[in-house]
Design a protein around this ligand. Structure first.
Ligand code: 5AD
Ligand code: SF4
Length: 469
């Protein structure tokens, strides 16, 4: 009998985590689940059976906090129903809305037991205990536990390593956060305020977690960071290692077959990273490199610290290192002061770059950012019209990109059985969904597939059978 056999085991409770926003939040939600496991919490997909509901929120654009308040209204009703039948449910708000509006949430929504920002996830068990201690108090005496400090200590050092179940649940692909926060201060963006200054995880920690994931069956890793190519983790000798060098180290892990990273800032695409794209076949030829605008005037006002021409030159350098590179981007229309000409310049840079996909947004004022103090706001109907035109252009580019794949043979990571019987589905190097006829035995490996057609948002492939010798 081991010591853990005699220790009293905590009763099993269920946690439902609702994740909004970026992949970093998806990763963080998994880490919250890990931090709660020793407290006896297992994740559930059924909100009705949850003892604890966590909303992992996003603050990047407008309306995010209003969404949180309306979700909290629904949760209060659910909690009332549960209490009427002798049950109960605790509620926590995590993520960037929590970081930005902690006090306000606690004041406006007394139903909330805990409010905590992205730097506090490793303290979740302690917060939970403090919140549970108040459960039996009269509602008027209850106070939400709020933790929105940016502590000096390193949250990564305290997070439990990914549990096997988490990695297995993720299957063949996984996210791995290597960097968090941002020092760029683009004038429209809340990230430097909600996620704080840039912090990189030490190299050994990243490699250990990557090895763990690969041992659990992961073939494709996506390194995450708000500004991931600014990564500068220290190695055992105390030396700062950039993302390019990290990619070479990860490439040495046996069994790891694909590597991606997101999101990058053009100014941090250094020579070492571009060289890694030239040298490492596992580094996928698909890069998310947002430019936001094609107008130098607007880029300056956005504090992006580069020009349109510098961006285009950078794309050229990346493509000469890796000719099959495809790009995705982010665009904002209607930044304060954006004229028709500025917007035309954005369409021009889109035409010149040629994107495989792009995300585009109407500018929304984020309180506390420098952009919030600018006059000359663009009228809503102009933003709507510009967004429509921009999306028409990038949708056409996406369609053209899919069409350009027809006739090519590419490696596809087969991940699952397909929608039709006898079919399997997977991902191309460019993250396109690919469907093909094939047996489920193909699942779990990369196979050469000839692309024979396209359908809405996906490709149709045919398995290439190696010619007999
Ligand atoms: N308004 C509109 N879009 C924004 N983004 C970030 N902040 C804002 C904002 N205030 C977009 C940018 C960024 C993406 C994640 O969200 O394009 O790259
Ligand atoms: Fe925000 Fe700019 Fe940092 Fe990206 S680089 S997270 S847009 S401040």
């Amino acid at each position: 009998m081991t010591e853990t056999d005699i220790l009293p085991q905590p009763a099993q409770k269920r946690v439902f985590i609702k994740t909004y926003g970026c992949q970093m939040n998806v990763y963080d939600s998994d880490r919250m689940a890990d931090a709660l496991a020793p407290q006896g919490y297992v994740p559930t997909q059924e909100i009705g059976e949850a003892d604890l509901v966590l909303l992992n929120t996003c603050h990047i654009r407008e309306k995010a906090s209003e969404k949180v308040f309306s979700e909290l209204g629904r949760l209060r009703e659910l909690q009332d129903e549960k209490r009427a039948t002798g049950g109960d449910m605790m509620i926590g708000v995590a993520g960037c809305v929590a970081q930005a509006e902690g006090e306000e949430i606690a004041r406006r929504a007394p139903v909330v037991d805990m409010v905590f920002g992205p730097q506090a996830y490793h303290r979740l068990p302690d917060m939970l205990q403090r919140a549970e201690a108040q459960r039996h108090l009269h509602p008027a005496l209850k106070k939400a536990v709020i933790d929105t400090d940016f502590p000096e200590e390193d949250k990564f050092a305290h997070l439990p390593a990914a549990r096997k179940e988490v990695t297995i649940k993720r299957g063949l692909t996984a996210f791995l956060t290597v960097q968090e926060g941002c020092d760029k201060f683009c004038s429209f963006c809340v990230v430097p305020y909600t996620r704080g200054a840039e912090v990189s995880r030490p190299v050994a920690q990243v490699l250990a977690e990557a090895r763990n994931l690969v041992e659990a069956g992961v073939k494709e890793l996506t390194l995450l960071g708000q500004n991931v190519n600014a990564y500068h983790g220290v190695d055992a000798a105390g030396r700062a290692v950039g993302l390019g060098e990290l990619a070479y180290l990860l490439a040495d892990i046996p069994g790891l077959e694909r590597l991606r990273y997101t999101t990058s800032h053009p100014r941090d695409m250094d020579d070492a990273l571009i060289a890694a794209h030239r040298d490492l076949p596992l580094l996928m030829p698909y890069l998310h490199l947002p430019v936001q605008s094609g107008s130098d005037r607007i880029l300056k006002a956005m504090n992006r610290k580069h020009t349109a021409a510098e961006y285009l030159r950078l794309i050229e350098r990346i493509k000469s290192a890796r000719p099959d590179m495809a790009l995705s981007g982010d665009f904002i229309v209607g930044f304060p002061g954006e004229t028709d000409q500025d917007f035309e310049d954005t369409l021009t840079i889109i035409r010149e770059t040629g994107y495989a996909s792009a995300y585009s947004f109407k500018y929304s004022t984020r309180p506390g950012t420098p952009g919030a103090n600018l006059g000359d706001q663009v009228a809503e109907e102009i933003k709507t019209e510009r967004l429509y035109r921009l999306q028409e252009l990038v949708n056409q580019q996406t369609t053209d990109f899919h069409a350009s794949c027809v006739g090519k043979t590419m490696p596809v990571l087969i991940e699952r059985v397909g929608r039709m019987p006898g079919q399997v589905g997977g991902r191309s190097p460019y993250l396109q969904a690919v469907h093909l006829d094939g047996s489920p035995d193909l699942i779990g490996a990369i196979h050469e597939v000839e692309i024979v057609g396209t359908s809405t948002n996906s490709l149709v492939g045919r398995l290439k059978v190696a010619a007999a010798a």
